[in-house]
Design a protein around this ligand. Structure first.
Ligand code: PMV
Length: 319
């Protein structure tokens, strides 16, 4: 796919394609609560977005969504990254080719991955010498520009890789068990779901406030459990976290059905990952039960991705 699309791109001079990639992510604990300053634990997963760049006379951005120049409708994140590099370098033309294993807009960090991989690829092409912290910061600024508001979670985890506690940015041990994602393929708007939780919190602060702090406490407990590799207890807390996400109104019947299917077929635990209301759920399971869990989520109607945690954040794939 990457090569055949790339062959159609007009290049300037010799082919000097640089390819960088960045991973997706799942939340073990803490989505929504993190918006209120509570801690969350996020884990980079081994499904990646790859971005290839080369010098060119004009700006071309190519993906399965289409071929455009700077275009905030079709390629908003990449367009914003290109404009950012035009501010800090002499960039005039570039060919950019995107290919991704991360489903778009499903809570797996697809926008952060394409943003961060593009920043790294342009950094390599233009020799701007950005450090990882600079890349994560620029990625966050780009997400804020495109989305209006964004937490640093996705861009930070996808830059650094590994399992990270947010907002402390503390790296935890890599989790060594199966990770199974079930995609509902139901579109959900993070902005809308965050607004719904905020409305609920304004209406019933004494009810919703303690739920959000309870979720935060699960991240605090989860931190020790990740480092002692106590996946049975992590699973139990993920199940409780799921109940509380349901309580604040970000569940849906498909997500419930997939989480029960996963638990009933040997998962340690299962919950929504990301904003909810559709999108994806995540289950963790012993390696020997991964196939059973994947089959159960599939039988319940989910599109399944079997993956694992990765400590590889943004990286250069080829120069
Ligand atoms: O669905 P995602 O991957 O965009 O995750 C949203 C997570 C929230 O906590 C609901 C919002 C946020 O910005 O942290």
């Amino acid at each position: 796919m990457l090569v055949s699309l790339w062959n159609d791109v007009p290049h300037k001079g010799a082919l000097k394609m640089i390819t960088c990639s960045a991973p997706g992510k799942v939340y073990l604990f803490g989505e929504h609560a993190v918006v209120y300053g509570e801690p969350a634990i996020c884990c980079a997963v081994d499904i990646r977005t790859r971005v290839s760049v080369d010098h060119a006379d004009s700006i071309t951005i190519r993906s399965t969504l289409g071929t455009t120049g700077i275009d905030f409708e079709t390629h908003p994140y990449v367009s914003a990254v290109v404009e950012r590099f035009q501010d800090i370098s002499s960039l005039e033309g570039v060919s950019i080719l995107i290919s991704s294993e991360i489903p778009v807009g499903s809570g797996l960090g697809s926008s952060a991955a394409v943003t961060i991989a593009t920043i790294k690829a342009l950094d390599m092409l233009l020799g701007t010498g950005l450090e990882l912290d600079d890349i994560a910061r620029m990625g966050h600024e780009v997400e804020q520009r495109v989305q209006g508001a964004a937490s640093q979670t996705d861009t930070y985890v996808c830059t650094m890789g590994g399992v990270v506690m947010i907002p402390q940015r503390k790296g935890l041990d890599l989790i060594d068990c199966g990770i199974i994602v079930g995609n509902t393929n139901i579109f959900s708007s993070t902005k809308e779901l965050v607004a719904n939780v905020s409305d609920l919190n304004k209406r019933f602060p004494d009810v919703i406030g303690p739920i959000l702090s309870s979720i935060g406490m699960m991240s605090v407990a989860g931190k020790g459990l990740v480092n002692t590799k106590d996946y049975v207890s992590i699973g139990k807390l993920m199940n409780i976290n799921q109940g509380l996400l349901d309580a604040i109104g970000v569940g849906c019947s498909e997500l419930s059905s997939f989480t029960y299917a996963a638990r009933n077929s040997g998962a340690y635990g299962a919950k929504i990952t990301g904003a909810g209301g559709g999108g994806c759920m995540v289950a963790i399971a012993p390696h020997e039960r991964v196939d059973d869990v994947a089959a159960a989520i599939g039988a319940a109607g989910g599109e399944v991705i079997v993956t694992k945690a990765t400590d590889v954040g943004v990286k250069v794939e080829s120069l």
